[in-house]
Design a protein around this ligand. Structure first.
Ligand code: AMP
Ligand code: MG
Length: 194
């Protein structure tokens, strides 16, 4: 497969968004690490992400949205705790695990009834997701077992020839993965702290 390597101009982001909406795979920068995105509602597209990375299919993906109000695309659950977390930490490196809507396939969540959601603090990422018009499932844009990529060059090394588009960006500002917080129970629980 030929991979398009694109500068993050508005025109190129729109092109990548169309490819994403049509079931393609697009690697993109975020403030934590680069992500490898697919339409979170499209099982075939999500399966291709697992294949491209060599990722076990029971390892759930983080679903990325471009504005806080879009959390409703992923869950019907909106507690005061969730609203307060969103107000305080989004956009940013906090992933919130909530009960998933039926529309989110279990392929995306590694078989779980919950879904991990995040609003990234990166303009290219948010423009891409917004123009694609769907929530975007995106694990880190590396081959499984390799370090998470924090530069565009790392993504090219791992995924050139395996994905449809790689969007260039600056080195990731935060450079480590997001904290994952489960709010489905009575007490919020940190599941992953980088
Ligand atoms: P990655 O983006 O490659 O760092 O992987 C995302 C990580 O988020 C997974 O490996 C899990 O640790 C966590 N995660 C994603 N979805 C869920 C979920 N529904 N429940 C618990 N943890 C999750
Ligand atoms: Mg990873």
């Amino acid at each position: 497969m030929e991979t398009l390597i694109l500068d993050p101009t508005d025109e190129n982001i729109a092109k990548a968004a169309k490819i994403l909406a049509d079931g393609g795979l697009v690697a993109f920068p975020t403030e934590t690490v680069y992500g490898l995105g697919a339409d979170a509602l499209n099982e075939d597209a999500v399966k291709r992400v697992y294949e491209a990375k060599g990722r076990p299919s029971d390892n759930p993906m983080i679903v990325h949205i471009s504005r806080a109000s879009d959390i409703g695309q992923t869950t019907r659950m909106l507690s005061p705790t969730i609203v307060s977390l969103i107000d305080n930490f989004w956009p940013g490196p906090l992933t919130i695990v909530v009960k998933k809507r039926d529309e989110i396939p279990k392929t995306t969540t590694g078989g779980l009834d919950t879904v991990a959601v995040r609003l990234p603090d990166n303009e290219t990422a948010r423009k891409l997701i917004n123009l694609a018009g769907v929530p975007v499932a995106a694990p880190s844009a590396n081959l499984s077992g390799r370090p998470s990529p924090t530069t565009f060059e790392h993504v090219v090394e791992d995924l050139n020839g395996k994905v449809d588009v790689i969007l260039k960006g600056e080195p990731c500002r935060v450079g480590i993965e997001s904290t994952v917080l489960d709010v489905t129970g009575d007490t919020p629980m940190i599941l992953k702290q980088p």
